[in-house]
Design a protein around this ligand. Structure first.
Ligand SMILES: *Cc1c(COP(=O)(O)O)cnc(C)c1O
Length: 365
């Protein structure tokens, strides 16, 4: 028998979460964001659940090739555009749409020889100060692209820095709208947080939305709102089993550094899951975990291949008992990845992306 750790990818949950995005942003078309190998889920494994989207958005040409090889004939968007001039050849060959976020990318297009003009998404830096042309340089870039025979349609795009926070999107939306109101072209602004929180505003949802994390069943504004609030379902379960049980007496401690010491007799379950599987090492005693679908806590430090859990709420659990690190237990109980991430001082994004290659993955309904 292989080591009992396993990840499950839930096809139905991916489709369900995309439907939630559609409901929150009615009439907008949806980019399924599959960068970072579909946020750690695997593009090929997530494809079935996400193919109800209107397009796939990603970063790497190899990811675009993968999506085409899976049979997708619809739109594919390179979210950072091309990295060097010869990438444009593959864009022509695979019919990829690409972001243009700097003047150099326009220079490269102007020098590119192609039979078929490209669809581009011109990106404005409306306040994030990462990628994009500033509002003052945006029109000139648009006019230059518009005059190029290599360019077909120009869409307009920006990215919000605080859609998940208190400041929201108002200021960036105003900057974007003021600088683009008389330019033609489809528009794309909203990430997951903007879709869920502001998708009712037609100016925010616009023509194309870009929901990433919500599709994978993590709340973009946790802990203000959890996945239940947004009606999302976990797309990834990380599960394993107990491979040992240790009865402790008062004064016994657990694991490296003896970070947890029992004050009374306690059954400790040892789980075949550690930081080499992608479980966060910094998650301390008290991180939520499910044993046989019952919520309990971790104890002591996470090691490379194992971690310890408190079996007090599940006295019947013994060797081989099911342990859900995040996602859905066999009895249907859900432990949101956001809760585990919070205990580790990070986000669901980081945990799902960090699922280790040694963990076998199975796609389920
Ligand atoms: C990653 C990404 C998204 C998706 O963001 P989420 O917070 O995961 O919804 C949207 N747009 C761009 C440009 C991105 O790079």
């Amino acid at each position: 028998m292989p080591r009992p750790i396993q990840a499950l990818i839930h096809t139905e949950a991916l489709s369900h979460n995309l439907r939630q995005a559609r409901q929150a942003a009615p009439d907008a078309r949806i980019w399924a964001i599959v960068k970072a190998n579909a946020y750690g889920h695997g593009i090929d494994r997530a494809y079935e659940g996400l193919r109800g989207a209107d397009g796939f958005a990603l970063l790497d040409l190899s990811e675009a090739e993968k999506v085409r090889s899976l049979g997708w004939r619809g739109p594919i968007l390179l979210l950072e555009g091309v990295f060097e001039p010869r990438d444009l050849e593959l864009c022509s060959r695979l019919d990829l749409w690409h972001v243009v976020h700097c003047t150099e990318q326009i220079d490269w297009l102007a020098a590119h020889k192609t039979q078929k003009p490209h669809r581009v998404f011109l990106k404005m830096n409306s306040g994030m100060n990462r990628l994009g042309l500033r509002a003052g340089a945006f029109r000139a870039a648009w006019a230059r692209l518009n005059a190029l025979p290599q360019v077909d349609e120009i869409s307009l795009m920006t990215h919000f820095a605080e859609a998940d926070g208190e400041r929201g999107v108002a200021q960036q939306l105003a900057t974007f709208t003021a600088a683009t109101h008389d330019l033609t072209g489809e528009r794309s602004l909203a990430n997951s947080a903007a879709v869920l929180r502001y998708g009712a505003d037609p100016a925010v949802r616009a023509d194309w939305v870009r929901p990433g994390i919500l599709a994978y069943g993590s709340s973009p504004d946790f802990p203000a709102h959890d996945i239940d609030h947004w009606g999302l379902q976990p797309a990834m379960t990380l599960r394993s089993r107990l491979i040992a049980v240790q009865p402790l007496t008062a004064g016994d401690s657990v694991g490296y550094g003896a970070r947890f010491t029992a004050t009374e007799p306690l059954r400790v379950g040892v789980v075949a899951c550690g930081y080499a599987d992608g479980y966060p090492r910094v998650a301390d005693t008290g991180t939520p975990v499910l044993v046989d679908g019952v919520r309990t806590r971790t104890l002591g430090r996470v090691s490379m291949d194992m971690l310890a859990v408190d079996l007090t709420p599940v006295p019947q659990a013994g060797l081989g008992a099911e342990v859900t690190l995040w996602g859905r237990a066999a009895n249907g109980t859900v432990l949101a990845i956001d809760e585990v991430a919070r205990a580790a001082g990070t986000l669901g994004y980081e945990l799902m992306c960090a699922l280790a290659p040694r963990v076998p993955v199975e796609v389920v309904a």
